[in-house]
Design a binder for this molecule. Structure first.
Ligand SMILES: NC(=O)c1ccc[n+]([C@@H]2O[C@H](COP(=O)([O-])OP(=O)(O)OC[C@H]3O[C@@H](n4cnc5c(N)ncnc54)[C@H](OP(=O)(O)O)[C@@H]3O)[C@@H](O)[C@H]2O)c1
Length: 288
């Protein structure tokens, strides 16, 4: 009998880790998953990472662990770099040593948003803030320390779990009569469920076209459009007002345009990606 594939998921109590966990439990019998949260495995501790990866003979490691607080990172750069750069380096080194494929998640925030056509994997990153900078450093560590990796850059991730824009809007929509949301930052909302399916496809089909990939849902939206769709689909009445980013100052500057080109992942995985509105309707149904 063929040995089951063994997969480690780090940062398993975050929104992507939780989404993956919910998705695999009911469906996947051919793969054995180990979900490790930050207490089970601190990715900043090289000794712990090495010991953990050696002990359980994994075939894949999906790194969902990250420092994700974009604004807080501006005053907490040491911690952001420790988790997003050093943590990625530790995982890459240990995966390389034990012949494990690393699926590392990164972000559209590695780009500065000055393009006006979708970002390609080959476009040069130029992060605007500490979070994007630390994630780009993490990517570089993976590329430098191993060969069998997938770096998947994604954008505007949301789900029924953890903290995200979708859940914040549902909450504010219930509490407030009026809301202002920026309309001059454009990207693509991405369902963590759809990203999880892509990760599982890479593992179950043993794809070996290693490298950097972009994945988001299809379509383009501003945060204002995303909020408007959340309220419409969830039948929430609120006076939603479009504002400029300059009227909603945040500690970290964000790219004004961060749409990702998905041609490469669609070609390699033979994927049909859902439009963000369709996925939003699915995730919203789940919240009822
Ligand atoms: N959220 C977005 O909009 C977005 C957009 C583009 C890309 N991404 C990327 O997508 C990935 C998943 O993001 P997410 O939204 O699921 O993030 P999340 O909800 O913030 O989850 C991150 C997880 O990482 C864990 N973690 C932090 N430090 C750790 C450490 N030293 N060792 C082990 N685990 C640690 C956290 O655990 P504790 O809670 O216990 O600290 C948390 O469970 C990240 O790489 C992120 O950069 C996210």
């Amino acid at each position: 009998m063929q040995r089951k594939k063994r997969v480690l998921v780090t940062g398993s109590s975050g929104q992507l880790g939780t989404t993956l966990q919910k998705l695999v439990q009911p469906i996947d019998k051919s793969i054995e998953f180990e979900f490790a949260n930050s207490k089970d495995l601190d990715i900043t501790n090289l000794e712990a990472v090495t010991e953990f990866l050696n002990k359980y003979s994994f075939d894949y490691c999906v790194n969902c662990a990250a420092y994700t607080q974009v604004d807080k990172a501006e005053e907490d750069s040491e911690r952001a770099l420790l988790i997003n750069q050093q943590g990625a380096q530790n995982l890459a080194k240990a995966c390389h040593a034990y012949n494990i494929v690393l699926i590392h998640i990164s972000t559209d925030f590695v780009f500065d948003g000055t393009k006006n056509t979708p970002y390609l994997e080959t476009d040069r990153p130029r992060p605007m803030g500490i979070y994007g900078h630390s994630k780009f450093k993490g990517e570089q560590e993976v590329v430098r320390n191993m060969e069998r990796y997938f770096i998947i850059r994604t954008s505007w991730l949301y789900s029924a779990y953890g903290h995200n824009f979708f859940k914040s809007m549902l909450k504010y929509g219930m509490e407030r009569d009026q809301l202002s949301v920026v309309f001059d930052q454009v990207g693509t909302p991405t369902s963590a469920h759809d990203l999880s399916e892509v990760i599982l496809k890479i593992i179950s089909e043993e794809i070996d076209a290693y490298g950097i990939y972009h994945f988001s849902n299809e379509g383009v939206a501003s945060w204002y459009d995303f909020a408007a769709a959340i309220f419409e689909i969830n039948h929430i009445e609120v006076d939603l007002r479009p504002i400029r980013s300059k009227d909603y100052p945040t500690p970290a500057e964000r790219p004004s345009y961060s749409v990702l080109d998905k041609s490469k992942i669609k070609h390699v995985l033979h994927l049909r990606i859902r439009h963000w509105r369709r996925s939003l309707a699915e995730v919203s149904k789940f919240m009822e």
